[in-house]
Design a protein around this ligand. Sequence first.
Ligand SMILES: C=Cc1c(C(=O)O)[nH]c(=O)[nH]c1=O
Length: 312
Amino acid sequence: ASLATTFLNHTYENPFMNASGVHCKDTKELNELDNSKSSTFITKSSTSLKREGNPEPRYFSVPLGSINSMGLPNEGFNYYLKYVIDRQQRMPKGNPAFFSVAGMSVDENLKMLKAVQDSDFNGVTELNLSCPNVPGKPQVAYDFDLLGEILQKVFEFFTKPLGVKLPPYFDFAHFDTAASILNRFPLVYVNCINSIGNGLYIDIEKESVVIKPKNGFGGLGGEYIKPTALANVRAFYTRLNPSIKIIGTGGIRTGGDAFEHLLCGATMLQVGTELYKEGVSVFDRIERELKEIMEKKGYTSIEQFRGKLRTL
Ligand SMILES: C=Cc1c(C(=O)O)[nH]c(=O)[nH]c1=O
C-alpha cells in the first residue's frame, strides 16, 4: 500500500506532518522534524516580533489528550522565514514546507503576509485564524464579518499558496456561513481543526487546575477532540469547492484515526498532541499502522477511499 499524497502539485511520500505549535518552535525542533518520517513540517505560528507567551505551566499532557494556553510564544516572523529560506537553499529538492502566521491584528497579519509574498519562500503559508489563548483577542474565525474582511484584504495582494487554520464549529449554520465565505477566495486548503478552545482540566488530588494562564482554561487536543475534528473535516469537505483541500488535524493518535480523517475527505494530516507525547517516532508508528489497515482492507492507494465515508 502506498501512502503517496499529492498536494498542490507536489507528491509527498505520506500525508503526515506536525500540527503548528508542536515540535516546531526553533531550529533544533524543525530540523528534527525535517529528518523524521513526517512528510514535511509547519512552523510555529509567528507574530512580527518574538513573544515570550503566557506564564508556565502552560501545556499539560493528560490521559486523553492535552490542554494548553501557550499564548503564542514564538521566535518572531523573521526567524522562521530565515529558517525556511535557508532550508530551500540547502535542499532545493526538499518537500515544500509550511509557514504559519498568527498576527494579533488584521494589520499585523497583512504585514507578515506581504513579507512572505515578497520573499523567496516557495512553500505553503497558513494563516492561523483560530488561536484561542491570547487574552482579550477573540478568535477571528468566530467573527464572520472579520473573517471575510481579512481574506478580502489578503487576496488583494497575496498570490502564493495560502491555507487557513480554523477553530472547530459546532453548528450547521456556522458550517454553512463559514463555507460560503471561504468559497469566495482562492484558498488552497482549510485546516480543521485547531484546539477546542477554553476547556478546563482538574487535578482531583490537588483540587486544582493544571495550567497557570487564564485560571486554567486552555485549548483541548488529543482523543477528546477527534469526533469534533472529523465532523469539521467532513462538513467542509462536503461544502467547499473541490479546489480547496482539507487538512485534517485533531485526535490523530493511531493509523485508524488517520484512516478516519481520510475517509472524511482530508488530504494532509497533522499530528499535535501525540507528537508532543511520543516525539517524531510517532510518524513511523502511525504510517505503519495506516498501511496495515489499508492492506487488510485491500486498498493500494489513499485515493481509493478518500472522502468515501458511508452514511446509513
Ligand atoms: C497560535 C496560537 C495557538 C496556541 C497558543 O500559542 O496558545 N495554542 C493553540 O492550541 N492553538 C493556537 O493556534
